[in-house]
Design a protein around this ligand. Structure first.
Ligand code: SF4
Length: 472
């Protein structure tokens, strides 16, 4: 078994410390486990992946080099060029060829259609009906039950156990490059199969019963609420989505968790996650270059932590990211993504920053989520309208605004919320791009009726300038 730790890969980006540590430590633990099981392992530290492979071949003269289909488009292209044999990727429930077949007979690729197709063909949360299998509980989707604001009852949220760092973990920490960012690894992220199975069981028992109603809520003092934090384990191959979905369904069928919680979580695993994987392969390589709104702004210093920010929601989100290399999906979409969209941040730059800064980052995850969902850079291939909103949404769904120096209701003046100012400016700036979208008709009409629109747009110039300079 050949494993290559590529120096070029390590040096290629400003990684979050926990993200890079997770990948390198998991690989080294895997090498150790393989040796324990009797495999001969060549775990090579090489300048590049190619150099590692060539050196291995020179030393061991294998008759062939075989790899599983990789998770990146350009890596696949490179392996094929190097003559590496590829075997089918089994880390997902829907292979890209199956997804392409599903997509080939549809005009529009909606996640909900895909999710129902997955439920039917995999037999997940289905039960016999008079004319064939039906969704358990009589409906496919309980999403409308899962959009509640943060609870005000002062409840505690399920904790994620921290695993003790071992000699391998400590060794990897010592050889991380100097330019990494973020807090030291603290054992939050499973680096072995055993740890990942523990995290899965822990979530099913303590997190899943509370998952759902508040999955879109954001709290300054809670970095994960009832979210599973299992994505990093699935993305690096420590857990398979099938076993994760089965565990959630079993918990529901035993009566331990409500249907809305189980369904909401299973939809993320067999629906959304697999859909993103499918569209990535369907639309690459052209998808990576899409920039329909012609956005060119760099990732704001407020995101990267190179400048402090007075926007409490951004500060709280970036604080979670610094501490854990993780924020949950609404902080990603409606804080970072929303500000990126309304400020006009370059899609590729934001996607790359997220890929190297989040522990569960990967190109196949980030490109569709950033280009398609967050920044509407694909012009609506994935989402039917831009997910732009002012401060009102964040005020409703978080506790950030009450500790912020800005006022979410104001769009002009020194105390205007940057999200609110930029929301209206975004509509005005992109009116030509958006006016053909019937779902944007009402927001655009509201924008046109703003008596103070010139003042809003003038304020937006100041906001964007200060955002770029790290003074906001
Ligand atoms: Fe964020 Fe605006 Fe609320 Fe401040 S007022 S926390 S900037 S949404």
């Amino acid at each position: 078994m050949l494993l290559v730790e590529s120096r070029a890969f390590i040096e290629s980006a400003t990684w979050h410390r926990q993200r890079l540590h997770l990948v390198l430590s998991a690989m080294e633990h895997f090498a150790h486990e393989l040796r324990t099981e009797g495999f001969e392992v060549d775990h090579r530290h090489a300048p590049t992946l190619r150099r590692g492979m060539l050196d291995h071949c020179a030393e061991y003269a294998p008759s062939a080099v075989i790899a599983m289909e990789p998770h990146r488009w350009d890596t696949r292209e490179r392996l094929e060029r190097w003559g590496v044999g590829l075997v089918r990727n089994d880390r997902f429930l829907c292979h890209p060829t199956e997804f392409a077949e599903w997509a080939s007979c549809r005009n529009r690729l909606t996640m909900e259609d895909f999710y129902r197709w997955q439920r039917r063909r995999l037999g997940v949360l289905m039960e016999p009906g008079p004319s064939g299998p039906e969704p358990v509980g009589g409906q496919w989707n309980f999403d409308h039950d899962n959009r509640e604001p943060p609870p005000s009852d002062g409840r505690t949220w399920p904790a994620a156990r921290r695993f003790e760092l071992d000699a391998i973990d400590r060794g990897v920490m010592e050889r991380l490059p100097e330019h990494v960012v973020g807090a030291e690894p603290d054992g939050t992220w499973p680096v072995t199969r055993a740890q990942a199975l523990f995290r899965l069981a822990e979530f099913i028992e303590t997190g899943l019963p509370h998952f759902g109603p508040h999955e879109d809520a954001m709290l300054a003092a809670e970095w994960k609420l009832a979210h599973s934090v299992l994505a990093s384990s699935m993305n690096i191959g420590l857990l398979h989505p099938r076993e994760v979905a089965q565990a959630a369904e079993a918990a529901f069928r035993s009566g331990a968790v409500p249907l809305a919680s189980a369904e909401g979580f299973i939809r993320q695993v067999i629906g959304w996650r697999e859909y993103v994987w499918g569209v990535y392969w369907l639309w690459m390589p052209g998808y990576a270059a899409m920039n329909r709104l012609e956005a060119t702004r760099p990732v704001p210093p407020a995101f990267t932590g190179t400048a402090p920010t007075e926007m409490a929601c951004v500060a709280n989100t970036v604080g979670h990211l610094h501490a854990h290399g993780y924020t949950h999906h609404i902080e990603r979409l409606m804080v970072l993504g929303n500000l990126g969209l309304t400020a006009g941040v370059d899609p590729w730059s934001l996607s790359e920053w997220m890929r190297v800064t989040f522990v569960d980052g990967a190109e196949w995850v980030m490109l569709p989520n950033v280009i398609g969902m967050a920044l509407h850079a694909d012009g609506g291939m994935m989402a039917t309208k831009p997910y732009a909103s002012g401060g009102a949404y964040i005020n409703k769904m978080s506790d950030s605004c009450r500790g912020c120096r800005f006022d979410p209701k104001r769009r002009t003046g020194e105390h205007a919320c940057p999200f609110t100012t930029l929301y209206w400016d975004f509509l005005a700036r992109n009116e030509q791009h958006l006016k053909g979208n019937h779902r944007m008709a009402r927001p655009l009409a509201a924008m046109r009726q703003l008596a103070d629109l010139p003042a809003v747009r003038e304020r937006a110039v100041t906001v964007l300038d200060r955002l770029d300079r790290g003074e906001l």
